[in-house]
Design a protein around this ligand. Structure first.
Ligand SMILES: Cc1ncc(COP(=O)(O)O)c(C=O)c1O
Length: 177
């Protein structure tokens, strides 16, 4: 494994997994993902629609020293990824999983050499049939574009995702915007 990608709310599962993986392979590059508007890794709070992931305050049990990079993902990109994967791969996933896979696609898209990316997908989509998988709900929240499943990786026209490096590391991937 070269890259580990996981989302964070309390930061517990990502911190524990990252700590273990780095004990086995110190060079593994760990990417923490949170919704735009969440302040787990810092920033200014604003409401977001992704469930399970993200917080309005900084959690006490986050082990930041094991996380090399953070990426904030918009509701649009998380949900568009869910919708696309349901349609093209038959995967019914929750929004936090969508945000993680959006980042995985972003990283894969900009890689300089082949590498192995592991992702942690916290839940499936059964709880979200009347939200993420409901066109009317998406429209009500101004997320019309997510219905078609086009995220910023596909359209390439909207820097909805930001890269915020926590440490100087040897990246196996190309520079992100
Ligand atoms: C669907 C989902 N995504 C992400 C998370 C975030 O996990 P953690 O609190 O370990 O950061 C949770 C936690 O319950 C969750 O239920």
């Amino acid at each position: 494994m070269d890259v580990l990608i996981g989302c964070a709310s309390t930061g517990s599962h990502l911190s524990g997994t990252a700590k273990y993986m780095k004990s086995r392979k110190p060079g593994v590059h760990v990417i923490g993902v949170e919704p735009e508007g969440s302040v787990v890794f810092g920033g200014t709070y604003k409401p977001f629609l992704q469930n399970g992931t993200g917080l309005s305050f900084r959690p006490g049990n986050l082990l930041e020293s094991y996380i090399d990079e953070i990426i904030k993902v918009s509701d649009h990109d998380a949900f568009a990824t869910c919708r696309r994967l349901a349609r093209t791969e038959g995967l019914l996933l929750g929004g936090s999983s969508g945000s993680v896979l959006h980042v995985a696609a972003l990283i894969a898209h900009r890689m300089r050499r082949p590498c192995n990316i592991a992702v942690i997908l916290p839940d499936n989509g059964m709880k979200y049939l009347d939200t993420i998988y409901d066109d009317q709900w998406l429209r009500k929240h101004g997320l019309h574009g997510a219905i078609a499943g086009e995220d910023a990786v596909m359209t390439g026209d909207r820097p909805a995702t930001r890269r915020v490096p926590l440490a100087e590391v040897e990246l196996p991937v190309g520079e992100l915007q």
